[in-house]
Design a protein around this ligand. Structure first.
Ligand SMILES: Cc1cc2nc3c(=O)[nH]c(=O)nc-3n(C[C@H](O)[C@H](O)[C@H](O)COP(=O)(O)OP(=O)(O)OC[C@H]3O[C@@H](n4cnc5c(N)ncnc54)[C@H](O)[C@@H]3O)c2cc1C
Length: 511
């Protein structure tokens, strides 16, 4: 029995944005098919399993767990029946090379104050003021704007006075320095935008909400890794009657009479649809619609993509006790490092890494006595012109020898399983044109109205979800994009479910 015309939604890509949109649209009565280019679902949030070691390839640090709950709830399911979340305390430890003190960041405010006191009693006394101000930004900025579409400039302009009043439009680093003066404390409270590819000296202080959320709501771990959430979403999509086709790369979005009517996959197959929702990198949009370029002059310039990441996934035959579940190690010249990989787009001259060692919390993530260690080194995206077929080995040796000197002696000789992702993986596997790790930069000029729209400006029936759209990247951001886009589709189709068989509605015209 064929699917009735008028209610077929086709989703290109199975990242957090694509899968959560599928669940939401299925619950609204749409027939949903997902076409995924790779051989597995999850996108950046994939999994590598080898020799008894399990690695999350990308995201590992969970914040705003209720946003995941909401997606399960949209399907009439309870998250706890599918995934077990455990709170991490502390969330992560920050080390600086050449510095004896470390900083444990977490949601226990007394413990946090103690950590701050190790560096500055005056700064510790400012913690409450920081939490109050960043909490305000979170409530009046993120909670209000994160679920709203910004297709109209007027809506963005309306938000500006509130943001200006909260001083959230100035750059994050400057905002944090209003509260804290000691450089380590400033870094500990001001680096969080890097989690979504944003340079703290250039993103608006609205991103101070990321630090606030970690303090207010905690930092969480999903048993089995983040991929267990992806697996649960995938299962639910199928249970609700949706389909997922792997190894199905979409190379063209098809349109007729000003509206999207389906896609063509690389093998030449045409897939008809009444709605197309694109979850791939938004900067690839024009290549999929060559005859209908994005109407971006309103944005004044093309979107600027984020930095990339060199990921090293190491299975070791011994444990490295110095590592917590999440550890950051910051080398000399923190600011120079960020400038190199973001603004200047050059190979970093110093080092700074984020390390995920989940077997601290869940021993089954590595064979007994070993560690599964994922190391994230931020690097420039491919616009730097670096040749990663040559650079990978050099950067791998440099990073691992630096880590050995810092405090993981014998790391290299303990490796029994080794895999990696480089900017080439982000370009060739995840189909991010610049090999960028986190979609487009979260700068003010690329936020809300100025970000890639959740509904296409040139073609009706074409929508977007995922890190490149509003409100932005990170797992919570990607989940929110699916809600913003679901609301747009509901508006365009007037009501939670409407079939074009009962007549075109909203801005849609029959093909
Ligand atoms: C190394 C790393 C660490 C991170 N750490 C964290 C973290 O700790 N916490 C956090 O919250 N976030 C983190 N993030 C960010 C988070 O992973 C992403 O923002 C989020 O997973 C992106 O989801 P998405 O919906 O944009 O889809 P993506 O994950 O980008 O997936 C898009 C999917 O679309 C597919 N696709 C693209 N084009 C096509 C096409 N033409 N045809 C068919 N399929 C296509 C791709 O193959 C891919 O599967 C991290 C990201 C990275 C890279």
């Amino acid at each position: 029995m064929g699917v009735p015309q008028g209610r077929r939604a086709l989703i290109v890509g199975s990242g957090f944005g694509g899968l959560s949109t599928a669940i939401r649209l299925l619950s609204d009565g749409w027939q949903v098919s997902i076409l995924e280019a790779r051989g597995e679902i999850g996108g950046r949030a994939s999994r590598i399993r080898e020799g008894g070691y399990t690695f999350d390839t990308g995201p590992s640090l969970i914040t705003m767990p209720w946003l995941f709950e909401e997606v399960f709830a949209a399907a009439g399911e309870k998250m706890s029946d599918h995934v077990t979340l455990r709170q991490l305390q502390p969330g992560y430890r920050i080390f600086w090379t050449g510095e004896d003190r470390h900083f444990d960041f977490g949601s226990d405010q007394e413990a946090l104050r103690d950590e701050m006191r190790k560096f500055s009693a005056a700064d510790a006394a400012q913690l409450d003021a920081f939490i109050a101000a960043s909490g305000d930004i979170h409530r009046k900025g993120i909670l209000v704007s994160g679920r709203q579409n910004f297709l109209k400039l007027a809506d963005f302009v309306k938000l500006l006075p509130t943001m200006a009043k909260l001083d959230a439009i100035r750059f994050l680093e400057g905002w944090v320095s209003k509260f804290f003066k000691e450089p380590h404390v400033q870094q500990a409270f001001g680096f969080h935008s890097l989690f979504i590819g944003g340079d703290p000296s250039r993103v608006p202080a609205i991103y101070s909400a990321l630090a606030y959320l970690q303090i207010a709501d905690g930092i969480w771990y999903a048993e089995g890794g983040v991929y267990s959430i992806i697996e649960a979403f995938g299962k639910i999509v199928k249970k609700m009657g949706g389909s997922i086709s792997l190894n199905s790369k979409v190379d063209q979005i098809l349109h007729r009479g000003g509206r999207a009517v389906g896609v063509r996959t690389a093998d030449g197959t045409i897939h008809d649809a009444d709605l197309v929702i694109y979850n791939g990198d938004v900067t690839a949009r024009d290549a999929l619609l060559p005859d209908l370029p994005d109407l971006f002059p309103w944005r004044l310039r093309p979107l600027r993509t984020t930095m990339s990441a060199h990921m090293m996934y190491l299975g070791t035959n011994r444990k490295f006790e110095k590592l917590l579940h999440h550890t950051l190690v910051v080398g000399d010249d923190y600011h120079g490092f960020i400038k190199d990989v973001t603004r200047d787009r050059r190979m970093p001259r110093s080092n700074a890494v984020y390390i995920h060692a989940p077997s601290r919390t869940e021993p089954a993530m590595a064979p007994e006595g070993g560690d599964s260690i994922a190391i994230l080194l931020p690097v420039p995206n491919l616009r730097s012109g670096d040749d990663w077929s040559e650079a990978e080995q050099r950067m791998r040796d440099r990073t691992l020898s630096w880590l050995e000197d810092w405090g993981l002696p014998g790391l290299r000789e303990s490796i029994v399983v080794e895999r990696s992702w480089t900017p080439l993986t982000f370009r060739d596997e995840l189909l991010a044109p610049d090999g960028n790790a986190f979609a487009v930069e979260p700068s003010l000029q690329q936020s809300a109205y100025f970000r890639h729209p959740n509904r296409d400006r040139a073609l009706s029936g074409l929508y977007y979800v995922g890190g490149g759209t509003h409100p932005g990247a990170g797992m919570p951001g990607a989940l929110l994009t699916s809600q913003v886009t679901q609301d747009l589709i509901r508006d365009d189709y007037r009501g939670p479910f409407s079939s074009r068989a009962s007549g075109p509605t909203g801005n849609l015209v029959a093909p």
